[in-house]
Design a protein. Sequence first.
Length: 65
Amino acid sequence: MAEVQKIYTCPICKKSFVDTKYRPFCSKRCADIDLGNWFNGAYRFEAVETDEEDVEELSKHDDGE
C-alpha cells in the first residue's frame, strides 16, 4: 500500500510543499518573513476602547448578577 503524503500551502508565498520542517511555512525564508511581520506590527487588530460604565456592566455579569 502506498504511503499518502499530505501537501501543504505556505501562507507567505503560497507555494505547495510536503516537507514539514518549517511547517506551516515552506522554508526558513518564509518563516523569517512571517516573524519579521510580527516584529514590525504588520499583524494587528484594532482595539476597542471601553469606558467605566462598560467595565462596570461587564463586572456585574462576571459576578453572576
